[in-house]
Design a binder for this molecule. Structure first.
Ligand code: PLP
Length: 355
């Protein structure tokens, strides 16, 4: 007797066609997961204690994470209402895109870039406009400015760009923003800015003062190593942030995430030390990879891009216990433990392109 197929609820066809998010595989025993740009270091001093101390589990957290907003506002010289905190900066990206772009609107961004962008745009009901990267992995800002139309509502800029690790410089950013209509929302995604040098720094340069249409997004997931807790923030004109306050899911930032972020901000010197260590490992890894024949664009995030590396190379890494992130155009490798780096270089040498 065959069981009849149940009738399933009708789903928007574009959503039904969307592949669900799949997390990178876990590494086996003795292996390394260098596929998610995670930080190899344990949380900064005092963070675990602060999380344990946040023990009122029966109470909702503070809905706007006011203490963290105050603290970030002080740090960057803006008022607390120029800061919005979200459950990871991905959730803030979603809130801003949904607030600004709907059916018939366009969202422009470089491609290849952050994997989350296409899905966020599609869920909002807007159109994805992807502008190919330059051959060296940088944003083609001229081409991006050229595709802006009446229908463009949002432009996403990712610097350092995930997955190519290339930056947008301050000069490039300012030349670009001068060509963008003032009523188009520009989301400057600086998830990896702590690892970069020479990149535009939207907060230090206070780009949102001269350009209220620019919002700068940061996260505690990468340099601060708090990926498990889900906390990120955006800084911009308070009235622009209001749009995301309306679309964000209320109370999604936990008390634990806020406590951990606050405790982390007390340890700027230790953070700088770790970031410098990761950047040094990255530079050595990139140089060594180039030395054995790989094309590796200037790496400014906590990851390097093996341009043109294919699935065969990804399989070879996996066989050696190294879980990397393969894309159609190349492979992204996060900079983790020193032991992982030594093994990455062994495999990369074995599968290097012939000169
Ligand atoms: C990791 C990442 C983020 C932020 O991730 P959250 O964990 O949600 O804060 C944002 N943008 C890019 C490009 C990233 O790689």
């Amino acid at each position: 007797m065959s069981v009849p197929e149940p009738v399933l609820p009708r789903i928007r066809p574009e959503i039904a066609a969307l592949p669900p998010y799949r997390q990178g595989k876990a590494a086996g025993a003795g292996g390394f997961k260098v596929s998610s740009n995670e930080n190899p270091f344990a949380p900064l001093p005092g963070v675990v204690e602060a999380v344990h101390a946040a023990s009122d589990l029966n109470r909702y957290p503070d809905a706007t994470a006011a203490r963290l907003r105050e603290r970030l506002g002080e740090r960057y010289g803006v008022s607390a209402d120029a800061v919005i905190v979200g459950a990871g900066s991905v959730s803030l990206l979603a809130a801003f895109i949904q607030a600004a772009a709907g059916a018939g609107d366009e969202v422009v961004y470089a491609w290849r870039s952050f994997e989350a962008y296409p899905g966020l745009v599609l869920v909002a009901g807007a159109e994805n406009v992807q502008v190919p990267l330059l051959p060296d992995g940088r944003h083609d800002l001229d081409a991006m400015a050229a595709v802006v139309t009446e229908r463009t509502r949002v432009i996403l800029l990712c610097t350092p760009n995930n997955p190519t690790s290339s930056i947008i410089t301050s000069e490039e950013f300012h030349a670009f923003i001068g060509r963008v209509p003032a009523d188009v929302l520009v989301l400057l995604d600086e998830a990896y800015v702590e690892f970069a040098s020479g990149a535009v720094d939207g907060l230090r340069e206070r780009v949102f003062e001269k350009h209220p249409n620019v919002v700068v997004l940061r996260t505690f997931s990468k340099a601060y190593g708090l990926a498990a807790l889900r906390v990120g923030y955006a800084i911009g004109h308070p009235r622009v942030l209001d749009a995301a306050r309306s679309t964000a899911i209320p109370l999604s930032v936990t008390a634990h995430a806020e406590a951990a972020a606050l405790a982390s901000l007390d340890h700027a010197p230790e953070l700088a030390e770790r970031v410098a260590e990761i950047a040094a490992r990255r530079d050595a890894l990139a140089a060594a990879l180039r030395g054995i024949g790989w094309r590796v664009p200037e790496a400014q995030g906590n990851f390097v891009w093996l341009d043109g590396a294919d699935q065969t190379a990804a399989d070879a890494f996996e066989e050696a216990g190294i879980i990397v992130r393969p894309f159609p155009e190349g492979i992204r490798i996060s900079v983790g433990e020193p032991e992982a780096i030594a093994r990455i270089l062994e495999v990369a040498a074995a599968v290097a392109p012939r000169a």
